[in-house]
Every structure is written in structure tokens, then in C-alpha cells.
Design a protein. Structure first.
Ligand code: GDP
Ligand code: GDP
Length: 456
């Protein structure tokens, strides 16, 4: 039924758009300079180049939302990293491997003008092992004369090479059609895959040396042997089942956490990619902060990644055993200044070394997951909206007063709301509504999405 001037179809459409579950993930991999970033920009349909990044500067953003032929999905871009730690072949393969772990399908980009190199072959071997659907992109085929170069790439044994010019857009539509065919409707990693009561998925994330592996070891109650990852040796299982507080939890991407131990400083690109991959697979992120150091831009980026990924969030302040009174004073001020945006995240002050407050970790995770799955019945939501709007109407702008007509929760994990309004709602007012929603309904430990539909 039409409600206050909104057509039923319009309401349904808005709800459907807002309620989408986790999106399938497409990873774009390949060696440097084959045109991955150019292709990703094409897919995203924008020019503001990811390519512009200066070499050597870590890009923190690796996942983007995209849409093609009416389908929404996520793209993981592995372009733009400098290869300085393991050498070309191992770096490219390792980097691609992280991306592929988190992906539902892969676009493997090869420079058709150059042809297949040893590094490309190394990636192919990794892709075979991973067993995900692969679409082969023969890039830099700028005109018909390049088609022959593309045909040579049949030799990689990955099936048909799709000739593309990421630069000019030639063939990219066809490539995307094929890639989307390879993507499942819903990602394989659907939440609660273990069934009702199955293991919840936890990602331990944080910048290098905050204590991720120490915490993992502590919760796993044994010191783990770090496996030396020679190229070609079988991979560790990536995820680990750990019993905690009488329940089994899946700690995702723990091989990545352990692998990190071997990497030297400067391997930041792995860190970003790993974080993105772990977040894709997790339901809840435990972000570790090292309390003995100032909260850094990198810490804030990681928290932002978790929030943007729409995951439940717990912040664990680690190394509490090593915190003196002076540092503690500054820490609280830094939290007050830098982390107000995520004030809703449960906080635990722990020591992975001594085990301090380990018992508080699970309750915090459970609280966050509960907030993440909270559903507010429509009737309750609307009587609440009615009250706050009556008590605190939107400020009059240009002689008009936008009014919230009604609202509904379109989805959970995290909670997503759609408000239907008679006019544009200012950001400040939307924040006010969100704050009041949180006060009323909790949502501890979860981001809350709110979109507004305006009646034309
Ligand atoms: P990435 O390192 O794989 O992300 O590669 P980039 O997207 O940064 O591209 C590397 C270089 O190849 C840039 O100079 C691009 O302009 C160029 N390039 C990318 N795609 C094409 C293409 O389709 N044709 C041609 N001729 N050049 C391309
Ligand atoms: P990761 O890079 O995040 O996995 O960090 P690690 O677990 O490798 O820890 C980095 C360093 O911090 C190591 O020297 C750890 O022994 C130390 N560390 C980790 N947790 C604690 C803690 O709770 N207290 C103290 N004092 N040191 C810790």
C-alpha cells in the first residue's frame, strides 16, 4: 500500500537495495603493470585513478563496491603495491593468494603485449591450487591487431583468454559478463555457514606488532610453530577452530597472522590486503591496539576498514601489562579524541602476554555479535521515530521542514535502516537519529547503516 505518498514499489525497491546481504567478491590479480588498477577503475566506472598512487605508498583501500548489469559485487584490487620483500615471483603470488582466499571468483590479468612470463606462471600455479573460478583477461589489446597476442595466452591452460583494453574500455563489458557468470549469487562465505549454532567467525586484526599472533597463541593455549612457507609447499589451513568459553569459534585467516611473523618491516601491503581478506570472511573483527604506543593513523585506518566492511567490532587494548600511569593518561585522551566515532564498540583492556582479562574477550565478542544481529520490529521503530521527531523536529530550511514519515529496518548484520522523509535530512540530523537509535535499541559493537528516501 502507498504510505504517505510513497508508492509501494518505491518502498519495496528501497528495502531491497538496503537489505542486500554480503556481496560476492571478485579479485583482480596479476603482476605489476599489467593494468589491474586501470581495469578496476573501469569496473568501478570512474577515472579518479587508483593508478595515481605514488609508488612505495601503501594503499589501505583494497575492496570496492561495484555494480554491473544490475548486480552488485565487491572488487578486490591488488594493484599498486611495491614488491620489496620476497622478490617478484613470490611477492606477486603471495599477494594474489591473499586476495584469492577472500574471493568467490578471480580475474587474472596478463599483459598480452608482453605475453606470459615466469611470474604469470607462478600465479597460475597458485590459482590452480586455490580452485576458485578464474577468468583470464588478456589486457592491452588496444585494437584488432592485438587479438593474436591474446590467443597465445591459451597456453596458460586457464581456458579462453578474453581480449581487453582496460585503458580504452574495449572488451571490458564482455569480460565482466563472463566474470559475473562465474560469481555465485551470494558469496560462498555466507554467515553462519556452520548452521545454527555453528562457529562464529572472528578476525584478529591490527597493525604489525600489536600482538595478534601472541593473542592467537594465548587463546589457542599453545605456542604454535610458525611454518616456513617455501614456495610450493602446501598451505596451512587458513582458518582455525578454537574452543573458548565453552563454544567453538573460527579464527579466520590465522595462517596470515602467523605468516606475518616472517615478514620484515615494509611489508605493509600484505598487512592491508590481509586485513581486507580477513574482514571479508569474518563476522566480527577484534582490532588490537598497542597501548604502549600512540594510536596511529594506521590503527584508525584498520578500524575504518572494519566499520566500512560492516562487521561487528571489538577493540582490544593490548599490552596492558606494560602501561605506566603517564602513558595511560595520554591513552585515554587519544581514545577520547580519535575513537569517538566508534564509541559504540566494546572495549577490553588485555595482555596477550600475561593473560590479563582474557575472560572478557568472549563476552565482548558476543555483545558485538548481538548488536550486529539486532532487529527492531517496525511498529516499535516507528513509535520511537514518531516520539523523537515530535520532540526534536528537523530544523526549518528555506521555509520548509523535512519530516521523517516512517522508517523500517531493511536488514541485519549489520542493522540497516531506511527512513522515508518528506525532504532532505541534513547529516547532523541523521547523526542525531542514529545516536538516539543507539541509545534506545543498543547496537553495541555494530555499525548502523541508515539511508534516507525522499518523497519526490
Ligand atoms: P597494475 O600495476 O597492474 O595495477 O597496472 P596499472 O593499471 O597501473 O597499469 C600499468 C600501465 O599500463 C599504466 O601506464 C597504464 O596506463 C597501462 N595500461 C593499462 N591498461 C592498458 C591497456 O589496455 N592498454 C595499454 N596500451 N596500456 C594499458
Ligand atoms: P603481531 O605482529 O600483531 O602478530 O604481534 P606479535 O604477537 O608478534 O607481538 C609483537 C611483539 O609484542 C612481540 O615481541 C610480543 O612478545 C609483544 N607482545 C604481544 N602481546 C604483548 C603483551 O600483552 N604485553 C607485552 N608486554 N608485550 C606483548
Amino acid at each position: 500500500a502507498a504510505e504517505e505518498g510513497f508508492e509501494a514499489e518505491e518502498v519495496e525497491g528501497a528495502l531491497e537495495e538496503a537489505s542486500h546481504g554480503p556481496l560476492p567478491v571478485l579479485a583482480v590479480v596479476g603482476r605489476p603493470n599489467v593494468g589491474k588498477s586501470t581495469l578496476v577503475n573501469r569496473i568501478l566506472g570512474r577515472r579518479e585513478a587508483v593508478v595515481e598512487d605514488r609508488p612505495g605508498v601503501t594503499r589501505d583501500r583494497v575492496t570496492y563496491e561495484a555494480e554491473w548489469a544490475g548486480r552488485r559485487f565487491k572488487v578486490v584490487d591488488t594493484g599498486g603495491w611495491e614488491l620489496d620483500v620476497l622478490g617478484m615471483e613470490a611477492s606477486v603470488a603471495a599477494q594474489a593468494e591473499f586476495a584469492v582466499e577472500a574471493a568467490d571468483a578471480v580475474v587474472f590479468v596478463v599483459d598480452a603485449q608482453v605475453g606470459a612470463t615466469d611470474t604469470d606462471e607462478a600465479v597460475v600455479r597458485m590459482l590452480r591450487k586455490a580452485g576458485k573460478p578464474v577468468v583470464l583477461c588478456a589486457n592491452k589489446v588496444d585494437g584488432p591487431t592485438g587479438e593474436a597476442d591474446a590467443a597465445y595466452l591459451w597456453g596458460l591452460g586457464l581456458g579462453e583468454p578474453h581480449p581487453v583494453s582496460a585503458l580504452h574500455g574495449r572488451g571490458t563489458g564482455d569480460l565482466l559478463d563472463v566474470a559475473l557468470d562465474a560469481l555465485p549469487e551470494a558469496p560462498e562465505q555466507t554467515f553462519g555457514a556452520g548452521g545454527v549454532g555453528g562457529p562464529r567467525r572472528v578476525a584478529l586484526i591490527g597493525r604489525p606488532n600489536v600482538g595478534k599472533s601472541s593473542l592467537l597463541n594465548k587463546v589457542a593455549k599453545e605456542d604454535r610453530v610458525v611454518v616456513n612457507e617455501e614456495a610450493g609447499t602446501t598451505r596451512d589451513p587458513v582458518d582455525e577452530l578454537i574452543e573458548l568459553a565453552g563454544r567453538t569459534w573460527m579464527f579466520v585467516d590465522t595462517a596470515g597472522i602467523r605468516r606475518r611473523v616472517h615478514l620484515q618491516e615494509g611489508a605493509d601491503y600484505y598487512a592491508s590486503l590481509r586485513t581486507a581478506a580477513a574482514l571479508e570472511k569474518a563476522e566480527v573483527a577484534v582490532v588490537l591496539i598497542d597501548v604502549t604506543e600512540s594510536i596511529s593513523v594506521q590503527d584508525l585506518r584498520i578500524i575504518t576498514m572494519a566499520v566500512e566492511a560492516g562487521r561487528a567490532l571489538v577493540i582490544a587494548y593490548n599490552k596492558w601489562d606494560n602501561l605506566d600511569d603517564e602513558r595511560r593518561f595520554y591513552l585515554e585522551r587519544e581514545i577520547e579524541r580519535d575513537l569517538v566515532q566508534v564509541r559504540w564498540a566494546p572495549r577490553v583492556n588485555i595482555s596477550a602476554r600475561t593473560g590479563r582479562h582474557m575472560e572478557k574477550l568472549v563476552p565482548a565478542i558476543e555483545t558485538a555479535l548481538e548488536g550486529w544481529e539486532t532487529r527492531v520490529p517496525t511498529g516499535k521503530l516507528n513509535s520511537f521515530l514518531g516520539e523523537i521527531v515530535a520532540a526534536n523536529p528537523h530544523p526549518v530550511r528555506g521555509g520548509k521542514q523535512p519530516r521523517i514519515l516512517f522508517g523500517t529496518q531493511a536488514g541485519v548484520r549489520p542493522p540497516r535502516f531506511v527512513l522515508f522523509a518528506s525532504g532532505f535530512l541534513e547529516a547532523g540530523y541523521r547523526r542525531f537519529i542514529e545516536r538516539r537509535l543507539r541509545e534506545e535499541f543498543g547496537f553495541e559493537g555494530t555499525p548502523v547503516h541508515m539511508s534516507v528516501r525522499v518523497r519526490e
